[in-house]
Design a protein around this ligand. Structure first.
Ligand code: ACO
Length: 377
C-alpha cells in the first residue's frame, strides 16, 4: 500500500474553514452575501450598501449609510504621491501592477499599518476603498494623455468612479450597469485572491500586505484577469461570422477560452444572468448589436462544443468596454470591487485565526549527501 497521502491538487473540493460572509450554492446556482441573494442586492441596493453589508454583517440604516458615505467621500481625493508614481509607471507597467504598487505605497506610508483592531482595519479599508477609483481612473487618463479629475462628493461610488475616469456625469444606464457589476464582483467565498488574503492575514501580517497579495492573485487570467482577456478575445474574433473558424483554431491549439468555466460552478455562474441583463441595457443604449451577436454566437458555439458555461467575466468584459474603459483597466476595476470581500475575509480570519499552512508530499530526489561533509560530534 502507498504511504503517499491523497493529494488535492489546487485544493479542489477541500473545505478549509467556515465563513459567514457569503455562500455559493452550486445545487441551487445561487450566491448569498450575508444571507441575501446577490441578484436582490444588485437590483435593490447600491454598491456602497452592499459593501457595508459585507463589512458589518447587516444592511445599513439610512443614518449608518450616510455616515459611511460621508467618510468614504472624504477620502476620495487622489494622494499626490500616488499620482506621481502613476505618472512614472504608466506606459511601461500594466495597470494591475500600478494598482498593486499604489496600495503598497499607501500601506508603507500608514504609520498604523500594523494595527489589526477590527475598527482600525475598517478605517483603513474604507480609506483604501475610497482611493481606488481615483487611482484606477487616473491610470486610464494618463494612458490617454489626460490629467486627473477631482472627485465629486455629491455622487455615489459608481457614479464618482465614472466621473473621475471620463470627466462627465455618467448616463444612468452606464451608472446602473457599472454599479451592478461592482456588486456582483464584490465577494465570492474562498476564491483564489480572497484565500490569498486570508493566508497572508493568517501570519498576522498587516491589512495592506494582504490586499497587495490578493491583487497579485487576482491579476492572473485564470481569475480576475479573465475580464480583460475576454475583451481581447472579442477583439481577436472581430465579428460573429468569424466565431466558428476562430473556435476551431483556438480549440485545436488547446487554448482556454477566457470567460468560460469555473472551479465551483459547473452548470453556469449564478452572477451571469444579472450581468448579462446589464450588458443588454448597455448594448441597447450604445446601439451595438454587433457585440450582442458576437457574445451570443461565441457562447452558443462554445457551450455546444464543450459544455462549459460563461462566468461573470464574460458579460462584464464587453460591458466595461461599452462604458468606455480601456481593456487593461478592467481587472483594476475588479480590485475596487473585490476589496470589499477581501476586507470582510481579513476581518473574519483575524477573528478566529489559525496559521494557514498545509502539507505537501515530497517527490524530489531521495536523501543524498555532500561529499566530504563530516557531521559535528
Ligand atoms: N476553455 C477551454 N477549456 C476549458 C475551459 C475554458 N475556458 N475551462 C475549462 N476547460 C477544460 C480544461 O481544459 C480541462 O479539460 P481537460 O480535462 O480535457 O484537460 C477541463 O475543462 C477542466 O478544466 P480545469 O481548468 O481543470 O478546471 P478548473 O475547475 O480547475 O478550472 C478555470 C476553472 C481555471 C476557471 C477554467 O475554467 C479556466 O481556465 N477558465 C478560463 C479563465 C477564466 O475565465 N477565469 C475566470 C474565472 S471566474 C472569476 O475569476 C470571476
Amino acid at each position: 500500500m502507498s504511504d503517499t497521502p491523497e493529494i488535492k491538487k489546487g485544493l479542489a473540493g477541500v473545505t478549509v474553514d467556515h465563513t459567514a460572509v457569503s455562500k455559493v450554492n452550486v445545487d441551487t446556482n445561487s450566491l448569498l452575501y450575508r444571507g441575501y441573494p446577490v441578484q436582490e442586492l444588485a437590483a435593490m441596493r447600491s454598491f456602497e450598501e452592499v459593501v457595508y453589508l459585507l463589512w458589518y454583517g447587516e444592511l445599513p440604516t439610512a443614518e449608518q449609510l450616510a455616515q459611511f458615505q460621508r467618510i468614504e467621500r472624504s477620502h476620495r481625493t487622489l494622494d499626490p504621491a500616488i499620482a506621481r508614481v502613476i505618472d512614472q509607471l504608466v506606459g511601461t507597467a500594466h495597470p494591475m501592477d500600478i494598482v498593486r504598487t499604489a496600495v503598497s505605497m499607501l500601506g508603507a506610508s500608514d504609520p498604523t499599518a500594523w494595527d489589526s483592531e477590527p475598527h482600525a482595519i475598517l478605517d483603513k479599508a474604507l480609506a483604501l476603498f475610497a482611493q481606488l477609483p481615483g487611482i484606477v481612473a487616473y491610470i486610464q487618463r494618463c494612458e490617454r494623455g489626460l490629467g486627473a479629475i477631482a472627485p465629486r462628493d455629491d455622487l455615489g461610488y459608481a457614479a464618482n468612479f465614472l466621473w473621475m475616469t471620463f470627466g462627465e456625469e455618467p448616463h444612468p444606464v452606464a451608472r446602473e450597469a457599472f454599479d451592478v457589476s461592482m456588486t456582483l464582483y464584490a465577494e465570492h467565498s474562498f476564491n483564489a485572491s480572497t484565500f490569498t488574503a486570508r493566508v497572508v492575514t493568517s501570519t498576522l501580517s498587516d491589512y495592506y500586505s494582504a490586499v497587495v497579495a490578493a491583487i497579485g492573485a487576482l491579476k492572473g487570467p485564470l481569475h480576475g484577469g479573465a475580464n480583460e482577456a475576454v475583451m481581447r478575445t472579442f477583439e481577436e474574433i472581430g465579428d460573429a461570422s468569424r466565431v466558428t473558424g476562430w473556435l476551431d483554431e483556438a480549440l485545436g491549439a488547446k487554448r482556454k477560452i477566457m470567460g468560460f468555466g469555473h472551479r465551483v460552478y459547473k452548470r453556469g455562474d449564478s452572477r451571469v444572468p444579472t450581468m448579462h441583463a446589464a450588458l443588454d441595457t448597455l448594448i441597447a443604449h450604445y446601439g451595438r448589436p454587433d457585440i450582442a451577436d458576437l457574445y451570443d454566437r461565441l457562447e452558443a458555439e462554445f457551450v455546444a462544443r464543450k459544455g462549459i458555461y460563461p462566468n461573470l467575466d464574460y458579460p462584464s468584459g464587453p460591458a466595461y468596454h461599452l462604458i468606455g474603459f480601456d481593456t487593461a483597466i478592467f481587472t483594476p476595476i475588479f480590485v475596487a470591487s473585490r476589496v470589499a470581500g477581501w476586507t470582510a475575509h481579513i476581518q473574519e480570519q483575524l477573528a478566529s485565526n489559525a496559521l494557514i499552512r498545509p502539507l505537501s508530499a515530497y517527490n524530489g530526489p531521495a536523501e543524498r549527501h555532500i561529499e566530504g561533509y563530516v557531521a559535528d560530534e
